[in-house]
Design a protein around this ligand. Sequence first.
Ligand code: COA
Length: 162
Amino acid sequence: MKIGVYPGTFDPITHGHTDIIVRSLRVFDKVIVAVAPNPTKRPLFDLAERLEMVKLVTKGLPHVEVVTFKGLLVEYVQKRKAHAVIRGLRAISDFEYEFQMALVNRKLNKSVETVFLMPSEEYSYLTSTIIKEVARFGGRLTDFLHPQVAQRLLRRIGTRAT
Ligand code: COA
């Protein structure tokens, strides 16, 4: 049974992330979506909210487990006896950072491999930050987010704005 761990901040989960999860299921028997606290990014949604949104979006997908993890990713991967870390490689601009992260993870634990998947090109420009920006200025979110995630984002931004 091949297990992949797809880590991220998911602040919030976008169609780009979901696309990677669906693609991962073609390669792995089970995918663990691991939501990181990542306080340095000062997320808009707290960890429990991000976890809930990822669970909501992936509800219909078989062989997906959604969890939170603390500490080093490689330690979590080892604890779960997973075979690889899954990352999406959206553009050349991602390469350097992803390469660095994969090599640091390998240095920390040489048995942890990283597998890169290419998202659909329609999502290759997405980031959670860009979507939050679109939401702040009242742009249409349906192309990027699950409707309930979009609703929560608008509510949160509305709350923050007042
Ligand atoms: N579609 C859409 N957006 C995507 C995407 C995709 N396929 N893949 C990535 N993104 C977005 C993310 O939403 C994020 O957007 P944001 O910066 O606007 O929030 C951005 O691209 C990528 O951010 P990045 O910081 O690279 O990844 P992340 O926030 O998703 O996750 C962790 C980073 C959690 C994997 C990393 O911090 C980690 O492993 N932390 C644990 C501690 C540790 O082990 N550190 C050592 C690692 S070297």
